[in-house]
Design a protein around this ligand. Structure first.
Ligand code: ZN
Length: 397
């Protein structure tokens, strides 16, 4: 069809429809048509095709208004995808559906300085267990995603200094044809917040998404752009204290060494594994004494200091923070603003910079990678990679 966009291939049209369903968690036909900028007739044809392939399902619902549609379109629960995360000093494998339901999880401890050969051994073991599980149930994985801290498409990784060519060759060999996308951990986190329905995202529009977890990283999110086009940046490895605390990257005084979940777990005297076990309620469950609270505020101040420096290099007018700072009492979070005020050019001004917080879902790895896999599946239009040689060669919708 004509319109604002150039004609799309069949794959692209299916991708637009499926992405709209992934974002909304389910919608009525007129809304999908509007979202995808397609006629209801085109939508009808595509939905019939997708239903025939068991990629979507339609559920009878009371009409939202008199004479309105009665079939709610959702993504099918029969598409199995896999999310794999190297995070929180463990390698996590998960299988779930496009709606974020996880049916299988295995987590194995991984060293913070994991060598490539050790990763391969660990990955092979986890994959074997997972394959046994899928084999018993006759499940085939349609899309997998692996998230790694520090990963970039530039083929270098300062955190895990592995040979990326060898990594891809290894994964292609052991996965035996299962499509796999590799991404940076913070992009997987951004996918989780974009597509999961667990919490309303606090803002609309372009912004910096800052993840403060086992690592600290950011990504500038353009709301209208595909999530795999974002460039992550490793805010956590900004040195804020010369000869300061040792960081896993080999340097001293990195922001991560002061503000990561691991650093916080030392302050509160609870092992990081226990924090991961408790999840987002871990701060609430604590009796924060004055000393601990003062220390945590100091770390929030440093986070603000680092964030301000990052924003001096890449100015944006809105920041969303996901991580333990999001769980702190509002008054304590003001320490971030104090830090920002000391480093941000012109100081902190709430009319120029909006700061929002979103709950991080601590310890739920590999949920984020699973959402990234769902995104990759819909982006491909739900078509087998080999079924259509090139999206650009596909028929127009
Ligand atoms: Zn570092």
């Amino acid at each position: 069809m004509s319109g604002r966009f150039a004609p799309r291939s069949r794959r692209e049209t299916r991708a637009v429809v499926l992405e709209s369903l992934l974002r909304s968690g389910g919608a009525f036909r007129p809304l999908i048509a509007r979202d995808a900028q397609l006629t209801e007739a085109s939508i009808s044809r595509i939905l019939t095709e997708l239903r025939g392939e068991d990629i979507i399902e339609e559920i009878r619902r009371p009409a939202p208004y008199v004479g309105g549609p009665t079939a709610l379109v959702t993504l099918s629960k029969n598409i199995a995808i896999a999310g794999i995360e190297l995070s929180n000093d463990r390698l996590s494998f998960g299988i779930g559906d496009l709606a974020g339901t996880i049916d299988y999880v295995e987590r194995m401890p991984a060293s913070p300085q994991l060598k490539q050969s050790e990763f391969e051994r660990l990955f092979g073991n986890c994959l074997a267990t997972m394959t046994q599980w899928t084999g018993k149930r006759g499940i085939s994985i349609r899309q997998a995603a692996l998230s790694i801290p520090g990963y970039s498409s530039a083929n270098t990784n300062p955190i895990f200094t592995w040979d990326m060519k060898r990594l891809r060759a290894f994964l292609a060999e052991v996965l035996e044809g299962v499509p796999l996308s590799i991404t940076n951990s913070v992009i997987a986190q951004a996918a989780f917040h974009r597509y999961s329905s667990t919490a309303a995202y606090p803002i609309e529009g372009d912004h910096l998404f800052l993840f403060v977890g086992h690592g600290v990283a950011g990504v500038v999110v353009n709301e209208t752009a595909p999530i795999d086009t974002f460039s992550p940046f490793e805010l956590g490895h900004m040195v804020i204290e010369r000869n300061g605390h040792a960081c896993r990257c080999g340097h001293k005084g990195c922001l991560e060494a002061y503000t990561s979940l691991k650093a916080v777990s030392k302050i509160i005297g609870i092992a990081e594994s226990e924090v991961l076990h408790q999840g987002d309620g871990f701060i609430e469950a604590l009796d924060l004494g004055d000393d601990i609270r003062t220390s945590l505020r100091e770390r929030l101040f440093l986070l603000g200091l680092g964030l301000g420096n990052a924003l001096n290099l890449h100015p944006v007018s809105s920041v969303v923070i996901s991580g333990w700072p999001s769980l702190m009492p509002v008054g304590d979070r003001d320490a971030i603003l104090e830090g920002l005020d000391e480093s941000l050019l012109g100081g902190f001004d709430q009319d120029r910079l909006k700061l929002s917080f979103i709950a991080p879902s601590i310890g739920n790895d590999p949920q984020a990678a699973l959402y990234y896999a769902a995104y990759c599946f819909v982006r491909g239009g739900g078509l087998e990679a080999k079924a259509e040689p090139q999206a650009a060669l596909g028929e127009n919708a």
